[in-house]
Design a protein around this ligand. Structure first.
Ligand SMILES: Nc1ncnc2c1ncn2[C@@H]1O[C@H](COP(=O)(O)OP(=O)(O)O)[C@@H](O)[C@H]1O
Ligand SMILES: O=P(O)(O)OC[C@H](O)CO
Length: 529
């Protein structure tokens, strides 16, 4: 790479928006980082919304902060890469650029009725879309959320469906929203200089609307879900110049050259380029992704099939994914809702102060269970409590819950690999080291317990902002800042490794107890969640 050039990554996450400048060694430039939180809006139990205008303001402010912190010629920034919380959708008016409703967040379960109706009367039930989209029918995904917004507008006499069909309303995940605004936004109705309405293939693969094989919207499914094609963005590769930032100041004219959903970006940032390479991200939720190569593999054990990345016109690379809704958010809940800890970091010392878990398990099925169970009717439980237990047991159970859920997903991957004769994933998921990232990987207790429970090494890289790094890598590759994925592989460096030190018997005993605890969550809420 030419020395002293940079790639800017924008990471639009569930709780905050980050802008990070990376240098040609793939290292974050000190001080050239900004992180701005946005409001979490909870209008009803189970509903989670974001203000898309607030998020766009935060994107601009985060970029401005980076620009003001470093004394560099804007021309030295060769490209911008975007990564984002996936499945969260926004619908906006093309003429005014104003959202017609708050963004509905991936954790939101309000579409349970829509999903139940779509499953009704079909023998494959909630699994009927899996063959085409790789996904089970779940409130998690974007398509039904778009339909909900249109229904809401229709019910208010605001002609949602009609305006969507006429192309007056646009829909998109947060990548689409950010790119549309970076490329002109409200001037989207100017035919000479239209704003870009695009999404990358990894984000599109989370909508329940995209055919995994053709990498295009599936017209029949869109019709069934009730999402007019006219409001959907064009699907583009994850790496490739798709447009330029408009305006003369602050990154104006810089190419936008990469987009990846945040979990796929983390896989890319961890340089998991070979079939069998696996990473787990421990943030608000936990997301385990296994690179399965250029042929999509379909899970019979509760995992999702998703696009991992597509570089230009190359064949797409697919992944199997296990998604868990509550990981770090459970630690936040201990801190913010129960007040038993004052900081997330406190959990480490509390957990390590105990000889064992006191046979206590906390299953955070707060809005049902995602992978591998897909049970919207589950609700959280803590089992095994006696007068002996203290908040240390609570903290330990909260941390261990993330490791147990991860082990369930790894087991599902091993079972899938066993089912797919000849697939190279069995040894991969079971024996290769697990690359980890996300806010929880600073917790030594959790990482050691994870290695113990999996029986494999758990490895943390030097750059733990792997999500942003993945977006920077995708953008940098497109503009020739890095030559190939082999160059990227050389930039990945190990920081810390935890090796298993638990007996197989103890591992099996703990997993059996966890399985019993999970059973106790099922069926608590009604079937529609
Ligand atoms: N020392 C720690 N121990 C356990 N959990 C932690 C620790 N530090 C942060 N966390 C958790 O990590 C999460 C933040 O991780 P991050 O990757 O920034 O999340 P996201 O990108 O999903 O917003 C929070 O939910 C927080 O509770
Ligand atoms: O923004 P994060 O890191 O919480 O990730 C959210 C996921 O993309 C949801 O699928």
């Amino acid at each position: 790479m030419t020395r002293n050039t940079y790639i800017l990554a924008i990471d639009q996450g569930t709780t905050s928006t980050r802008a990070i400048l990376f240098d040609d060694d793939g290292l974050p430039v000190p001080a050239a980082t900004a992180q701005i939180e946005h409001r979490q809006i909870f209008p009803h139990a189970g509903w989670v919304e974001h203000d898309a205008m607030e998020i766009w303001t935060n994107v601009r402010n985060a970029m401005a902060h980076v620009a003001s912190e470093v004394d560099l010629e804007p021309a030295l920034v060769r490209a911008i890469g975007i990564t984002n919380q996936r499945e969260t959708v926004v619908v906006w008016d093309k003429a005014t650029g104003k959202p017609v409703y708050n963004a509905i967040v991936w954790q939101d379960t309000r579409t349970s009725g829509i999903c139940a109706r779509l499953a009704e009367g079909h023998p494959a039930g909630a699994d009927r879309f899996r063959e085409t989209t790789g996904l089970p029918l779940s409130t998690y995904f974007a398509g039904p959320k778009i339909r909900w917004i249109l229904d809401h507008l229709d019910a208010n006499g605001e002609r949602g469906t009609e305006r969507a069909e006429a192309g007056e309303l646009l829909a998109g995940t947060m990548d689409t929203w950010v790119v549309w605004n970076l490329t002109g936004g409200r001037r989207g109705d100017d035919d000479n200089n239209p704003a870009l309405h695009v999404t990358d293939v990894t984000n599109a693969s989370r909508t329940l609307l995209m055919d995994l094989h053709t990498l295009d919207w599936d017209e029949e499914i869109c019709r069934e879900v009730g999402v007019p094609l006219a409001m959907l963005p064009e699907i583009v590769p994850s790496s490739g110049v798709l447009g330029h930032v408009t305006g003369r100041r602050m990154f104006g004219g810089i190419p936008i050259a990469g987009i990846l959903g945040d979990q796929q970006a983390a896989l890319f940032g961890q340089t998991c380029f070979e079939p069998g390479d696996t990473k787990n991200t421990y943030g608000t939720g936990a997301f385990l992704l296994l690179n399965t190569g250029t042929t999509p593999q379909f899970s019979t054990n509760g995992l999702l099939t998703t696009v991992a990345y597509r570089l230009g016109d190359d064949a797409p690379v697919y992944a199997l994914e296990g998604s868990v809704a509550m990981a770090g958010s459970l630690v936040q809940w201990l801190r913010d809702n129960l007040g038993v800890i004052s900081s997330a970091a406190e959990t480490e010392q509390l957990a390590a102060s105990l000889d064992d878990n006191g046979d206590c398990y906390l299953v955070p099925a707060f809005s049902g269970l995602l992978a591998p169970h897909w049970r919207p009717d589950a609700r959280g439980v803590m089992v095994g409590l006696t007068r002996f237990h203290t908040k240390a047991h609570l903290a330990r159970a909260a941390l261990e819950a993330t490791a147990f859920q991860t082990r369930e997903m790894v087991d599902a991957m091993i079972a899938d690999a066993g089912a797919a004769a000849g697939a190279d994933t069995s040894t991969a998921a079971s024996a290769r080291p697990l690359r980890v990232d996300g806010g929880m990987v600073v917790n030594d207790y959790l990482m050691q317990f994870q290695a113990d429970l999996l029986g494999v090494d758990v490895v943390r890289p030097e750059v733990t902002e792997t999500t942003a790094l993945g977006a920077a890598f995708a953008a940098g590759l497109a503009v020739g800042a890095w030559e190939s994925i082999d160059t990227l592989r050389e930039l990945w460096r190990e920081d810390h490794r935890w090796s298993p030190a638990m007996s197989e018997d103890e591992r099996a005993r703990l997993m059996a107890r966890w399985g019993d605890a999970v059973e106790r969550t099922l069926g608590w809420a009604d079937a529609e969640g």
